[in-house]
Design a protein around this ligand. Structure first.
Ligand code: FEO
Length: 394
């Protein structure tokens, strides 16, 4: 990716990772970008780097704008290695004594990743760094989503460099929101559901505190995906909704199946939900990536989970999904369990326990069918779907 001048004297010098398809377990079907920003003023600052394997490309991109050795300051908004992996190579090239600005936790975490005595300059919320005509100010965003995370903001331009927040795993020809339109929103939604959902209370607080600071925001530049320049309030409003855990009249039916019995139950429950006018979606866990399932759960009022009993336990893929979902802390949901079994039938009870641990409201004790669901059992599944549908509407 060639450097793109995103505002006068400010460049995105990051890289596109077209072919990454698995980002630590999150499916990235459209690849991703590692954005890094070069601000050329009386002093020159680089905000964030890229994954280690792209560091040479980052340096080449910078060199198309200025000699990298002319960089005066490096800002690390976030320690995670997709943004800091290139730090060693960048600092080695530009001079390892150059000031490296980061939060207090950033210094701690970078020191645990890199055994070098770098020139750390610790900053916190409200601290400023003058670049000449422009001033960078810093806002700590601890636990959004790492302890070290922070934003950098140029007040003269109203540009917020937001690290992972407001990002999307998307690599395309577009750079800005107005070039891609609403089709970027599912990527932003997936990013929120899988990276930030568990931190929703902190996201809410952050949005409030940014509002109370009265920051004028003309552009939001995340470290992944497109930049929000035409309508930054669109993604801020989406974050406000998602962090409130607002749901729709929607149900996700998550299941695995061994000999199609649990699948037949899922389809019958779906039928019942549809007859109540609910937007329902059955998702087979071995055919849908867990990050896509989580994206659907983000705005679903009901989460219905089905599993065969295998060796007196849940099917392992269902355990995987429940563990993942529990970590992301969806709130204010209703739930129900179903499943088939041969001779013991523990799965439904175990799902109920997991949903209860997540504080889901169980609206039924669950349906457990031995071997193959017959007409009566399938009718019970339809009725369960209707019952859940009514509960969603209430
Ligand atoms: Fe894109 Fe938390 O790293």
């Amino acid at each position: 990716m060639k450097p793109v001048e995103i505002a006068k004297g400010i460049y995105n010098v990051g890289v596109k990772d077209w072919n990454i398809r698995d980002f630590h377990g999150y499916s990235t079907n459209m690849g991703t970008t590692y954005n890094a920003f070069l601000i050329v003023d009386e002093k020159i600052a680089l905000i964030d780097t890229v994954k280690k394997e792209f560091a040479d490309q980052l340096l080449k991109n910078i060199a198309q704008v200025v000699d990298p050795k002319k960089i005066d300051y490096v800002i690390s908004n976030h320690t995670e290695m997709d943004h800091s992996g290139g730090l060693f190579k960048v600092l080695h090239k530009i001079g390892s004594d150059k000031p490296l600005y980061c939060s207090k936790m950033g210094q701690k975490n970078l020191s645990m990743h890199f055994p070098y005595d770098w020139n750390f300059q610790v900053v916190g919320t409200g601290d400023e760094l003058s670049l000449g005509k422009r001033t960078l100010s810093f806002i700590e965003t601890r636990m959004l989503h790492w302890p070290d995370s922070m934003f950098s903001y140029i007040k003269e331009d109203g540009i917020l460099f937001s690290s992972d927040a407001f990002g999307q795993h998307y690599a395309g020809k577009e750079v800005f929101d107005d070039e891609i339109g609403d089709s970027i929103m599912p990527h932003a939604k997936k990013y929120y559901a899988n990276i930030l959902l568990l931190f929703s209370p902190l996201v809410k607080k952050l949005l409030e505190s940014v509002q109370s600071m009265g920051l004028s925001i003309n552009m939001i530049c995340p470290d992944h995906g497109i930049l929000w320049r035409s309508n930054p309030s669109k993604i801020i409003e989406a974050y406000s909704r998602w962090s409130s855990q607002e749901t729709k009249e929607k149900a996700v039916i998550i299941f695995d199946t061994m000999w199609s019995s649990t699948e037949k139950m899922a389809e019958a429950i779906y039928e019942g939900l549809c007859s109540e006018g609910i937007d329902a979606r059955p998702m087979h866990v071995r055919k849908c990536d867990r990050s896509d399932i989580m994206t659907e759960i983000l705005d679903a009022k009901a989460v219905i989970v089905g599993s065969p009993t295998l060796n007196n336990n849940l099917f392992p893929t269902i355990s995987d999904l429940l563990t993942y979902m529990k970590g992301l802390k969806p709130k204010n949901r209703i739930g129900a369990a179903f499943g088939s079994y041969g001779w013991s039938g523990e799965a439904v009870k175990q799902i109920n326990n997991e949903l209860t641990a997540m504080k889901f409201e169980l609206i039924d004790e669950g349906l457990n069918v031995q071997y193959v669901p017959g007409a009566n059992a399938l009718e019970e599944c339809v009725e369960l779907g209707k019952k859940i549908g009514k509960a969603i509407k209430n």
